[in-house]
Design a protein around this ligand. Structure first.
Ligand code: ADP
Ligand code: MG
Length: 740
């Protein structure tokens, strides 16, 4: 059955399609017939802002003064929450939430899956006489008890001892989640096992921040500071995503189940024209973005930037940076809101790192810095020599951290989906290096070469004054090819995946920084004890740091083959191409020691993370492999056979008339269909032959299943370009990327 000519059916519209099959045609009709989405009405920003958050301000007006003071102390200093305070807070929180229509509350936590989990409970309390009252106590606020064994825990909790606890994280405010199904009071929590092991991503984040704070204050003390507030890490995460019309998603089992296209030939027009980045945002998308932003504002999430990304159908949203812990919760909320809102607008929001082969992938650039209220941003070069010294030491600590633990940073971004992006010549390579920018790199090279020795103070001063204040704070001096780049007053971890929680990368950054500051502080302390003046001692430590760790600084083209060679052969850096290479880093003795020493993860907790992430990687790839087989056999092959039959009949008919016939296309289709069956058989037997043991299984996925899926795909994509478009069941790249 041939598709009906779309222009006949939908005269006047423009199409991103040739002669689509019936289901695709219906999808096109749905899309083109979508009524214009109304722009959601919203009041002024000041009214909208944080209106659904039980913020400090809301608490201040709702709580008795001493209670508020006590709570504020806990939030600021990170101490324990007084139990008598919890009851009062719970009452106020319940009153605030129920007044706004909430019937339920939920402890929200972040299991090791990159997702958000919630356990909902009603405020309802039956009174025995048939009546009910709403009830919420300090105990219910502070502690919850979901089933610890139902979340991936890497063997920490077995099902027969399933107790897991959530505990309110007072540093992250409670908020109301408004959905068409009702309003829920959400309480951000940590999630731990009955024996106190962290089962989530937030607990280690809080611990890593405390470890970093401890060492940073120690170094600041050595530098002569006397008033030092708690040091916190900040994060501003840029989120890239794709929007595809949901009428098309409905026809793509791969997008539904795997979040990426497992098949799809390149369109005639891709992103070659570079005409999408910062281009005008399509109207329908703009309406969607506004809707998202209004919701984020209500949740107190400072959405700041929005624009088109490099690929067609790709966009970005970036909130203003916040304390890492809050930013992490907000990042999770952003992903939730993006997905839910997209649905309401007839879109599917794809957070996968590589939904389309050959098209730019999506990352989540994690902008990260550390600072406090007394010294400010410790990664800001500033303009006075004294501040520069402080900056140089903290920046030097970052450089050392990346050099010592680059493979750990790679492991923190290792997922099956992010592997498609890293090193794919449009995203940072899998080799972790630091980009400093030419001026700062020069300063550090000078320090390394010892140019600053000698007449000590004057020379040091002149370095500080002459060079550093000119530091280019402007993003003009950028290196898109670096996985980890200094950008004026922060580092940007560009290799993080778009679908990931930012907690893991932040834990690693905070922890390796804590370790490196400790090392630098130790070195500095030794020299100060031996009588060296502060500046001389500091520059000696910096020189030593650069000599030992300068190899990780790289300002050239990270995509080039030359860098891949130099990095590994001359600089001794590791190129961990796949997650199967990167995840075992978590089992290295020095990594275990790092996490144990800093108190961020116990050996048991670390081991469980390896187990969980390895299992997720294996699951993701095996699901894809099964899906490849199912789609190839039940969707693609029948379409190919139908097309072949039509063409063969036509050939026979022409030959019966004695016409000269060119069979080349028919033969090519026949040959590719053989290839399709053959590669499917191979993939099936490889899938059935999974080896025992996690490490071997990881390798099997990376080295055997992935290339096999690629082989099936090559046959399918070849066929897509030859087979009758009216029979092709899957929406094409052209349709998915351009039709909106
Ligand atoms: P670009 O696309 O040029 O990298 P964006 O404006 O899209 O920049 O995003 C920059 C992100 O970095 C924002 O989230 C911003 O709030 C964040 N940021 C800025 N300064 C800091 C800082 N000191 N620490 C952490 N994040 C920061
Ligand atoms: Mg950006």
């Amino acid at each position: 059955m041939r598709g009906v000519s779309p222009s006949a059916r939908l005269g006047g519209y423009t199409f991103q399609s040739f002669m689509p099959s019936q289901p695709r045609l219906q999808a096109l009709e749905t899309i083109l017939g979508r009524p214009p989405a109304p722009v959601a009405a919203a009041g002024p920003l000041e009214e909208l802002w944080a209106s659904d958050v039980f913020s400090l301000e809301a608490m201040k007006s709702a709580l008795p003064k001493p209670v508020f003071k006590s709570l504020q102390r806990t939030i600021k200093s990170g101490g324990k929450l007084d139990t008598s305070v919890a009851d009062v807070v719970a009452q106020a929180m319940k009153a605030w939430a129920t007044r706004r229509g909430a019937l339920y509350y939920a402890h929200v936590f972040y299991p090791l899956t990159n997702l958000t989990a919630e356990k909902h409970d009603g405020f309802i309390a039956p009174q025995g006489d048939g009546s009910v009252i709403s009830e919420f106590t300090g105990k219910l606020l502070v502690q919850g008890e979901p089933d610890g064994s139902s979340f991936p825990n890497g063997g920490i909790r077995s099902t027969f001892e399933a107790r897991g606890y959530t505990a309110w994280d007072v540093t992250s405010p409670a908020y109301l989640m408004q959905t068409p199904n009702g309003i829920t009071l959400c309480i951000p929590t940590v999630f731990v096992s009955w024996t106190g092991e962290a089962l989530d991503k937030k607990t280690p984040l809080l611990r890593s921040n405390a470890a970093m704070d401890h060492q940073a204050r120690r170094l600041l003390t050595l530098l002569g500071e006397t008033e030092i507030a708690r040091v916190n890490s900040s994060c501003g995460a840029e989120q890239e995503y794709f929007l595809v019309d949901s009428a098309f998603t409905a026809l793509r089992p791969d997008l539904q189940l795997a979040g990426r296209t497992l098949f799809g030939a390149p369109p005639a027009k891709g992103q070659q024209f570079d005409d999408h980045y910062f281009g005008a945002i399509p109207e329908r998308v703009q309406v969607f973005m506004q809707d998202v932003e209004h919701q984020l504002y209500r949740l107190g999430i400072p959405a700041k930037t929005r624009h088109n990304e490099v690929a067609p159908g790709q966009f970005e949203i970036a909130p203003f940076h916040e304390a890492a812990n809050v930013a992490t919760d907000h990042q999770q909320l952003i992903m939730t809101v993006l997905k839910a809102t997209a649905k309401q607008h007839g879109f599917t929001c794809l957070l996968h790192e590589k939904p389309f082969a050959g098209v730019n992938g999506s990352g989540k650039h994690v902008n990260w810095s550390i600072g406090n209220s007394t010294q400010g941003n410790l990664l800001d070069p500033g303009s006075t020599p004294h501040e520069n010294l402080q900056f140089l030491l903290f920046c030097g600590a970052v450089i050392r951290g990346v050099h010592c633990y680059g493979p750990l940073m790679r492991a923190a971004i290792a997922t099956a989906s992010n592997d498609h992006r890293l090193g794919a010549n449009e995203a940072p390579p899998a080799i972790i290096s630091v980009y400093l920018g030419s001026q700062l790199e020069d300063v550090f090279q000078q320090i390394r070469s010892g140019n600053l020795q000698g007449s000590a103070k004057a020379a040091l001063m002149s370095l500080g004054v002459d060079t550093l204040p000119e530091l280019n704070k402007d993003p003009g001096d950028r290196n898109r090819t670096s996985p980890f780049a200094f950008t004026g007053n922060r580092f940007e971890f560009r290799a993080v995946g778009s679908g990931q929680s930012v907690a893991g990368p932040l834990v690693v950054l905070n922890t390796i920084l804590a370790d490196s500051i400790e090392w630098i502080a130790d070195q500095l302390e030794q020299r100060l004890h031996s009588g060296l003046p502060l500046e001389e001692a500091a520059f000696a430590v910096l020189k030593q740091t650069m000599e030992a760790h300068g190899a990780v600084v790289f300002g050239g083209d990270g995509y080039s083959a030359e860098w891949h060679r130099i990095a590994v052969e001359e600089r001794g850096l590791e190129n961990l191409r796949t997650s199967a290479d990167a995840l075992p880093v978590l089992k290295r003795p020095e990594i275990r020691a790092l996490f144990e020493r800093t108190g961020v993860l116990s050996p048991v907790e670390l081991e469980s993370r390896f187990e969980v992430y390895a299992e997720q990687y294996i699951l993701a790839i095996e699901v894809e492999a099964k899906l490849v087989l199912r789609m190839a056999r039940t969707q693609i092959y029948p379409a190919v056979m139908a097309s072949l039959e039509q063409l063969a009949q036509s050939v026979v008919a022409q030959e019966s008339l004695g016409l000269a016939v060119d069979r080349s296309q028919v033969e090519q289709i026949a040959q590719l269909s053989q290839q399709l069956l053959h590669t499917c058989q191979q993939l099936q037997s490889d899938l059935d032959a999974a080896p025992a043991g996690v490490d071997a299984h990881l390798r099997h996925c990376a080295d055997v299943l992935m290339p096999r899926m690629g082989a099936v795909r090559a046959a399918v994509d070849g066929l897509e370009q030859l087979v009758d478009d009216a029979l092709w069941p899957l929406p094409t790249y052209q349709e998915l990327l351009f039709q909106r």
